[in-house]
Design a protein around this ligand. Structure first.
Ligand SMILES: Nc1ncnc2c1ncn2[C@@H]1O[C@H](COP(=O)(O)OP(=O)(O)OP(=O)(O)O)[C@@H](O)[C@H]1O
Length: 216
């Protein structure tokens, strides 16, 4: 899926503009770090990109009606279900057999270094394991668009590093990944950056600064 944002601006009602004149093209095979200070509108922009809400101004076009997955800041799972069962569910929901779901889920768990936790209940996973499980579940839905909100916000540095390593390996040829983050290491794990500060109405580019057209 390719996502094109044209002159996108957003505010809530008559509140202040969060960002304006956002012109971007999000390409499959790229992982975009969406950065900016707290309150700059990162989560709001994720919702706009997902199509959950409409931008106040401008347009957002998705090239296909593909599947969209979200991974939220706080890992959420079913306490007594195993890690494997969590990852199998999206495959079963799409009509795959138990055998296929188990096999594909196992591959994904291995990819996120969770193979040894396959039979462990969700409630017994560490914070980093639980967040990596959420990434595995997100990919299990085979999304064309994967949106991840602050994946390391609740984690210590070592655990955050495990998650960032998984994010660096998320890219798949057909899908766009967007990660809202404050974490510089998460930003480094991504292939591209969208810095929302550049689109805040108070931003004025100095004569020597690059124009805010990254990704167009
Ligand atoms: N539904 C809403 N109605 C009114 N204001 C909202 C709504 N959702 C978010 N806001 C406001 O819009 C601003 C941007 O919020 P948003 O959560 O998008 O920022 P953020 O950059 O993700 O912040 P953080 O890094 O703290 O998570 C905030 O001031 C927030 O209070």
């Amino acid at each position: 899926m390719r996502v094109k944002l044209t002159k996108v601006g957003h505010r809530f009602g008559d509140g202040p503009w969060l960002f304006r004149d956002l012109n971007l093209v999000l390409h499959p095979g790229h992982t975009y770090a969406l950065t900016g200070p707290s309150g700059s509108g990162k989560s709001s922009l994720l919702s706009l990109i997902a199509g959950w809400s409409a931008p106040f101004t401008g347009t957002i076009e998705r090239s296909t009606q593909g599947r969209i997955s979200w991974v939220f800041q706080n890992p959420h799972g079913i306490p007594r279900r195993s890690a494997l069962e969590h990852v199998m569910l999206p495959f079963l929901a799409r009509g795959h057999s138990l055998v296929v779901a188990r096999r594909e889920a196992g591959v994904l768990l291995d990819r996120f270094a969770l193979g040894s936790t396959a039979d462990r209940e969700f409630r017994a996973l560490s914070g980093g394991e639980a967040q990596r499980l959420m990434l595995a579940c997100g990919l299990a839905a085979r999304p064309q668009l994967l949106l991840i909100d602050e994946p390391t916000a609740q984690l210590d540095m070592a655990t955050g590093a495990e998650v960032n390593k998984a994010i660096a390996e998320l890219v798949e040829p057909g899908s766009v990944v967007v990660v809202a983050t404050h974490d510089e290491y998460t930003r480094e794990a991504c292939t591209d950056q969208i810095d929302l500060r550049l689109y805040h109405p108070s931003f004025s580019a100095s004569p020597n600064s690059a124009p805010p057209t990254a990704g167009v």
